[in-house]
Design a protein. Structure first.
Length: 338
């Protein structure tokens, strides 16, 4: 059974871009694969953060993932810092990753441009990501489109390490990205991707009234100045893609007809979307509220996930150390007392 791994940063509230681009896919895939889903708090500290807030957001992220449908009986849900092998493997991979590969990563250039001072951790972010994935020897990585370049780097890392330390039979698989039909959800500004750090998001757990306040002013096809103007759904950057994600196929067809034929105004169209979003999100919000009232249960689930993940990670690291001459056994074999 191919193994899958994916991660999400506890850098803010889980938003519908994360949900549609990644998490919804994880929920479906957990039934078909041995699956590891990680809250990547070591990634989240590559930009400014407050420790107490990070702690709270880590548990909140776990609640959102569990409420979305990740089932610890079917998959491993855990926190990255509970498995120290992630940083150990990342260091090893840093020694075989050319600097130029990191400097040309689009996400690095984008995030670095928004920082006053750029730390080395931001540059090395994709190396840690390669370690996250390869530690579990994962073949498939369900992610949004923004992560495709990082995945390419993970393949380069796997290839470089295999060529050097396991040339006859590749030890690490070269993981493949698995995208959803909603691989890139635009933010409420209609331009940048929806992103926690930009703040152009709709949170998965935001009450329907708040979601409506956010949807109402969202830009639609600029050619539609009045309700009677015909529009083009393809030029509607936020609402039409969200209809495709949340509304049934027959509603999407109605949206297309009523936009092109000026049958519905944009507010009417947004109301239909809002109702369909409410139908999908409210049950998740109810489950999240229940989990919020039992924080000890959530912590126990994460601790158990950490133990299960660590057992797998340990096996990989032992094999890596062995092949690289880093294990105590090889030191002893050379006649040196450690
Ligand atoms: N707008 C998006 N559309 C589709 N997929 C998205 N993802 C993120 N934004 C969108 C996918 O969600 C998963 C988890 O993302 P992450 O939080 O680990 O990192 P990110 O991509 O950097 O997400 P954000 O919201 O933009 O966080 P910040 O602002 O903290 O960096 C990934 O699979 C991602 O592709």
């Amino acid at each position: 059974m191919p193994r899958i791994f994916s991660g999400i940063q506890p850098s803010g509230e889980l938003h519908i871009g994360n949900y549609l681009g990644a998490v919804k896919n994880w929920v479906a895939l957990q039934h078909q694969h041995e699956s590891f889903f990680c809250i990547v708090n070591y990634h989240a500290i590559t930009i400014a953060f407050a420790p107490d807030e990070l702690r709270r957001r880590t548990r909140d992220m776990a609640i959102s993932l569990l409420a979305s449908g990740l089932d610890p009986a079917r998959c491993v849900v855990f926190v990255q810092s509970d498995v120290p092998e992630h940083t150990e493997l990342a260091w090893i991979f840093n020694t075989i990753t050319p600097l130029g590969e990191l400097e040309r990563q689009v996400q690095f250039k984008d995030k670095a441009g928004r920082q006053e001072q750029v730390m080395a951790g931001l540059l090395n972010y994709p190396v840690l990501q390669a370690a996250d994935i390869l530690l579990y020897l994962a073949d498939i990585v369900p992610v949004g489109e923004d992560q495709v370049q990082h995945l390419e780097l993970s393949r380069v890392v796997a290839r470089n390490w295999n060529a050097r330390f396991s040339p006859d039979t590749p030890f690490f698989p070269e993981p493949q990205a698995k995208l959803t039909p909603t691989r890139r959800i635009a933010g409420l500004d209609g331009q940048a991707k929806m992103s926690k750090s930009i703040g152009n998001t709709i949170g998965l757990l935001e009450p329907p009234a708040v979601i409506w306040d956010k949807l109402r002013p969202v830009v639609t096809d600029p050619a539609r100045q009045r309700k009677t103007d015909a529009g083009d759904p393809e030029k509607c950057p936020v609402i039409y893609p969200l209809h495709k994600a949340f509304s049934p196929a027959e509603t999407v067809t109605q949206v297309e007809t009523n936009c092109r034929g000026a049958g519905w105004g944009c507010i009417e169209c947004k109301k239909v979307l809002h109702a369909n979003m409410e139908a999908e999100l409210v049950p998740i919000q109810v489950r999240a509220a229940e989990l919020h009232s039992t924080p000890a249960l959530v912590d126990d689930l994460l601790a158990d996930g950490g133990r299960r993940a660590r057992a797998v990670a340990r096996t990989t690291i032992d094999a890596v150390r062995d092949r690289m001459g880093l294990d105590a056994r090889s030191v002893r074999a050379a006649g040196v007392t450690p």
